[in-house]
Write a protein that binds this ligand. Structure first.
Ligand code: PEP
Length: 258
């Protein structure tokens, strides 16, 4: 089995102007070790993408967008297409973040179209899935994860599915300071991998990288990354300061992750 390369992603949401984004990336590239076993993904606001691309010089650093539209172009005021994001230098695009689903009403159908549009433009979609607190408390977590996966991935070929990144983000843990325990996260990740095997096959399930997101901090990163099915992290709040994100990308797992 090919080892899955760790991916540590910073989702800056609606934070940082162009200048602050550039200064941060320059500083992180200088201060963080160079990695061969992990990739660092920075997802700034759309406005900062081209400037960050210019200063992003390291092979282990990747650029991502936080959202996209599925159409190529047209009368969609305020939207941005995958072709435009690719043109701005993006390698990845986050799709179906819970803030997009719950604040902006994105549906599974829209999310499936975004996954396909990202692949069409040779970007890797980071597909976010996760249950809200009431669903967890009602014992429906696995059902929610299964539905979100099936809907978003319908019709995808195994060759593309293998390249996918999935972020398991329990909605009750995002921006709340409440992290899933390493055992809760591992249980959900193992379930997602099992479902990928059912929907596609074992090869796809073993290749797909599954990130955990939800109040990841310097003090919980090592325990989360020690779990066998956690292949990386999607970090919101704790990615806004270089020092804390630097500690997160330098997570330490006894015996090594890969
Ligand atoms: C996120 O926005 O994807 C996220 C996980 O945020 P936070 O780390 O702040 O919980």
């Amino acid at each position: 089995m090919k080892p899955r390369k760790t991916l540590i992603a910073a989702n800056w949401k609606m934070h940082k102007n162009v200048h602050d984004a550039v200064v941060y990336v320059e500083e992180l590239q200088k201060e963080a070790a160079s990695f061969v076993d992990r990739e660092i993904l920075i997802a700034p606001a759309f406005t900062a993408l081209p400037a960050v691309r210019i200063v992003m010089g390291r092979a282990d650093f990747k650029l991502g967008a936080q959202n996209c539209h599925w159409e190529e172009q047209g009368a969609y005021t305020g939207e941005i297409s995958c072709g435009m994001l690719k043109d701005a230098g993006c390698d990845y695009v986050i799709v179906g973040h819970s803030e997009r689903r719950h604040i902006f009403g994105e549906t599974d159908d829209m999310i499936r179209k975004k996954v396909n549009a990202a692949f069409k433009h040779r970007m890797t979609p980071v597909l976010c899935i996760g249950e809200v607190l009431e669903e967890r408390e009602a014992g429906k977590t696995f059902q929610v994860l299964q539905n979100q996966l099936k809907e978003a991935l319908a019709g995808l070929t195994p060759a593309l599915a293998e390249q996918l990144v999935i972020a398991y983000e329990p909605v009750w843990a995002i921006g709340t300071g409440k992290t899933a325990t390493p055992d809760q996260a591992q249980e959900a990740h193992a379930y997602i991998r099992e479902k990928l095997s059912d929907i596609f096959d074992k090869e796809v399930a073993n290749a797909v990288r599954i990130l955990y997101g939800g109040s990841v901090k310097p003090d919980n990163v090592d325990a989360l990354m020690a779990q066998p099915d956690i292949d990386g992290l999607l970090v919101g709040g704790a990615s806004l300061e270089v020092a804390s994100f630097k500690r997160i990308v330098h997570y330490q797992v006894p015996g090594g992750k890969n």
